[in-house]
Ligand binder design. Sequence first.
Ligand code: AMP
Length: 378
Amino acid sequence: MRKLFIKDIDVRRKRVMVRTDYNVPFDEEGNITDDIRIRATLPTINYLLDEEAKVIIVSHLGRPEGKANPKYSLKPVVRRLQRFLGEKVKVLMAEDCVGPKVKKQIEEMRYGDVILLENLRFHPGEEKNDPSFAAELASMCDVFIQDAFGNCHRKHASMTGIDGYVVSAAGFLLKKEMEYFEKAVNNPMRPVVAILGGAKVSDKIKIVENLSKKMDKVLIGGAMAFTFLKAQGFCVGKSLVDDSMLDVVRNLMDMSRKNGTKLYLPVDFVVAETFNAQAETKIVPYQEIPEKWIALDIGPATTKLFTEALQDAKTIVWNGPMGAFEFDAFSRGTYAMVDAVTSSHATTIVGGGDTDMAFHKSGKRTKYRLFLQEAEHS
Ligand code: AMP
């Protein structure tokens, strides 16, 4: 079902909740080092302010794992927002994202002001897509606007769970990104290559399915690769596998063969005895992952293979890191792919917060956009 657009619904003097992706990077002193994600939401916020709505902003930040943690507070974002919106608009901060205190703050705030609620992921209900958490969020607004494009592939309470409880529509940012993505994917300059990684196969399998019909090549890295390797009978040691997806993955490989889409899997890995920054590591070919070891990054031969596969690409779509890139020891594959993508002249669409973060950390810029949800629909 196609989402409504913010202009299709009446938001005038309503309580409007906007789901943003303010998962911004910080330096060691806690200063925001890149505020593009905040700036990108201004068209939606300004439109709502013109309509004299009460603008209630929600977002996640980092991975606090369902518990309040000052390290992942959205407080620094309020100051930046205030600067962008100017003195006429009051930007308030709530200590939490649900509960009676927040409700009272929303009740008492003026129309035409903004309130940023504290990190959604301080509550386990967000990532668990708990219906009661979604309903509680919904109860605080009359209209819900989705503008967190980079997070759209996640089935979290504020992403998909809330839809059933309140009228919802896409904001300006989401609409723009979806249009860009649709054009690049449905009518791409060829060859078009998808790079897919990350951990959760079940989250992304539909996307791989859809992309594999449209892509010329699909490169699979990250923990996703082990489900593909195990499905073909290889030992993947203690690497992350989604056993419930083995049949789905087999079908997908068959389908790709029929469609003429080339699927590339890693040919070597960086393996470690434990999932630990200091663990001993070695590089092994894909058929030789030791039984008790964990593969945590693609190896140099894979990087070379994937880089070569990108050589003639005119469009590149990338979601998900090639390894557990949060640890230096397992980050090389992801950053090598960042290099390959940024030195290519292809139109590049990068999706998902982690991949975006890898680009940011590498200091490289590409004309990237965040995507995903639409791939499932198209
Ligand atoms: P996702 O949210 O599905 O895009 O997954 C992103 C996460 O996948 C990152 O936190 C990575 O650390 C993780 N990841 C990627 N490759 C691996 C791997 N080989 N083993 C374990 N985790 C991985």
